[in-house]
Ligand binder design. Structure first.
Ligand code: FES
Length: 157
């Protein structure tokens, strides 16, 4: 697992953002892009930089499902919850993956090797129903191929 960013690194990363300029989301996106998640320390530093409270920043982080408050697993599977994927059986894909990985949506294996979380439509609906494995589309899934994929991810060292 990557080391948690230091206070100094986080301060430098968000130094360009200013209070009262609608910079909350851009600052949070920048932190997540850089470190893969938004730690408690990052929430405090963003709040200080934007002259607001950690509670307000935490509210934004928990409102948007794209933000993570824990380091990502080595292999992250995002399940697309968009309408086209669901119309073509997305919920059965999710159930099959959850069962095979033995994880709830939003969960991660104890050894941080793999995780499953909720994704939003990214416009690649022609390959519905789909998941993204570390950001890469794996589409036209069936229950059988979803189980196969989940087994591969689970079994990989
Ligand atoms: S609905 Fe799943 S990619 Fe658009």
């Amino acid at each position: 697992m990557p080391a948690e960013p230091t206070t100094q690194e986080l301060r430098a990363l968000v130094a360009e953002f200013e209070p009262e300029k609608g910079h909350v989301l851009p600052a949070l996106h920048k932190v997540q892009e850089q470190y893969g998640y938004i730690s408690r320390k990052a929430i405090e530093i963003v709040a200080r930089q934007l002259n607001t409270t950690p509670a307000l920043i935490y509210g934004a982080v928990s409102f948007y499902s794209d933000f993570r408050t824990h380091p990502p697993a080595a292999t992250e599977i995002s399940w697309c919850s968009g309408p086209a994927c669901r119309l073509l059986g997305g919920d059965r894909i999710r159930e099959a993956m959850q069962q095979t990985l033995e994880l709830p949506l939003g969960g991660q294996s104890g050894d941080h090797r793999y995780g499953l979380h909720l994704g939003q439509c990214n416009g690649t609906c022609s390959e519905a129903p789909q998941v993204w494995v570390n950001g890469k589309v794996t589409g036209n899934l069936t229950v059988a191929s979803a189980i196969r994929l989940a087994r591969e991810v689970k079994g990989a060292e």
